[in-house]
Design a binder for this molecule. Structure first.
Ligand SMILES: NC(=[NH2+])NCCC[C@H](N)C(=O)O
Length: 476
């Protein structure tokens, strides 16, 4: 696409100076996007033209650029031409830019765009399990969860388009002491009516209240411990309350994920792997891999020299298992159930060490497929907030995106009258949210690979972003 515009500008220069357009191509460079909204698209270097003999090398470059710029006229391709210091700036026609960007999409079947290339045909295809989103019941759905949801879904879609059999999994934080607190707190502060009306909000409120009380009330803490013990021993009353919390949460999330066009094949969770976690500890023990730390915790040596300089704790001193122990059991269970060829975990980079340790211990247990497990980390983001305050629920973020778009539409002179502005705002607002996150990944990958942004996919997306007026909130 950049080629098309570069040629057009070169031809224009060729006509003005009565030269072959080819001599101007090396002097024309595309300006990386993301600078300023007002920045030009292409720059012509007067110095390059002087050294290649197109312009005389004597004389003032500033004057040369002004003279040349004055001889050029705007047309249907170039909408603005201006002289800078030793350069001429060109801005191309916005409508044409969009048309050119979208052109390749129209040529092929929408869903097959770019997938008919030889490279893609030779890619190995298999079963890919992608685990993403994975919020914790009764806790905040934070910015990291939102990113995981969008990036994970993007990866899953990409893998699917490439011909893999994709399993989309949500691994809920549905186990642990927080349920002891929630179980104990629900008896005091809970209300079935509110739970039905606004489940996530109500569970969160109960959780916050009971936490506050447990801070200074030992009885509450004891009640929480008791409730969690009852859960671990599968006592029916405790289990049925827990089950209700879980089901209601999953239903609610499913409803909200729909707005993002996100779905999961499986809602798994930490709760499924309590038993497996104990088994993992036993396997570690029987292989002589389980050591006892000074505090009495069960640990695995993950150091390269075998000197315990780095260890992974898998069991508390009281015999209970941890987050990572459940992850070990979950990974083994997924391999047995789905026999994946690769597994991808999408979380913020704060968990990078957790996943390194996870893969390390899996290998130590003889699971060579751990080499085909991958953690896709993304940068941590500052807390999310809406105009009405800090964000707790995914739904608030989506509503905020829609409302801001609705507001922008009402402010814009060019917005035409619409049948259903709310619906349009929903689609454009949520798309902006998604594109904004995806572009950040692509940009960071482009930069890592030292690619210029104004090339290939980067340019299409970055151009689209610029037209939509979206700026990435932060860097990866
Ligand atoms: N298999 C995993 N550990 N996945 C990530 C789970 C994320 C976790 N629930 C959290 O909110 O931090």
């Amino acid at each position: 696409m950049a080629c098309f515009f570069r040629r057009k500008i070169a031809a224009k220069l060729g006509r003005a100076l009565q030269q072959s357009e080819d001599v101007f191509i090396p002097a024309l460079s595309a300006v990386p996007v993301f600078r300023k909204q007002q920045s030009p698209d292409f720059k012509l270097s007067i110095n390059t033209l002087r050294s290649s003999g197109v312009l005389p090398s004597s004389g003032d470059t500033q004057q040369q650029s002004e003279e040349l710029a004055n001889r050029l006229k705007q047309d249907s391709v170039v909408e603005d031409i201006s002289a800078g210091n030793g350069v001429i700036h060109f801005k191309v026609n916005r409508k044409l830019l969009v048309e050119k960007m979208l052109e390749p999409f129209g040529k092929e079947d929408d869903h097959k765009f770019g997938l008919n290339s030889e490279l893609f045909k030779t890619l190995k295809k298999g079963t890919t399990l992608v685990e993403y989103s994975s919020p914790n019941i009764a806790k905040k759905f934070h910015a990291g969860h939102l990113r995981s949801t969008i990036i994970g879904n993007f990866i899953a879609n990409l893998k699917q388009s490439l011909g893999n059999n994709v399993i989309r999994m949500n691994y809920l934080g549905d186990w642990g002491m927080q349920f002891g607190l929630l179980g104990a707190g629900f008896g005091k502060f809970g209300c079935q009516e509110k739970l039905k009306q606004n489940p996530l909000q109500h569970l969160f409120e109960v959780y916050v209240q009971v936490n506050k009380e447990a801070e200074h009330n030992e009885d509450t803490m004891q009640a929480a411990r008791d409730f969690f013990r009852q859960l671990e021993q599968h006592e029916s009353e405790a289990v049925s309350l827990w089950q209700q919390f879980r089901e209601i949460t999953v239903d609610e999330y499913q409803r909200v994920y729909k707005r993002l066009n996100v779905h999961f094949d499986i809602y798994s969770g930490e709760s499924f792997h309590q038993h497996g976690a104990q088994e993992v500890v036993q396997q570690l023990q029987s292989r002589g891999l389980l050591k006892t730390s000074e505090t009495g915790a069960g640990v695995v040596d993950t150091s390269t020299d075998g000197d315990m300089s780095s260890v992974c704790a898998v069991q508390r001193a009281d015999g209970t298992t941890l987050y990572i122990t459940r992850d070990l059991a979950a990974a083994i269970d997924r391999k047995e159930k789905y026999n994946f060829d690769e597994m991808i975990y999408v979380t913020d980079k704060g968990q990078a060490n957790h996943f390194n340790q996870l893969f390390h211990v899996l290998r130590a247990l003889g699971h060579s497929w751990a080499d085909r497990c991958e953690h896709v980390p993304f940068g941590l983001v500052r807390g999310m907030s809406t105009r009405s305050g800090e964000v707790v629920f995914l739904e608030d973020v989506l509503n905020e995106a829609r409302n801001r778009m609705l507001h922008n539409m009402s402010q814009s002179k060019t917005t035409k009258e619409m049948d259903d502005p709310e619906d349009t705002a929903e689609k454009v607002g949520i798309s902006a949210l998604i594109v904004q996150m995806v572009i950040v990944i692509l940009c960071s990958k482009c930069q890592q690979a030292r690619l210029r942004l104004f090339s290939g996919a980067g340019s299409v997306l970055a151009g689209g972003m610029r037209i939509l007026g979206i700026t990435p909130v932060d860097k990866m």
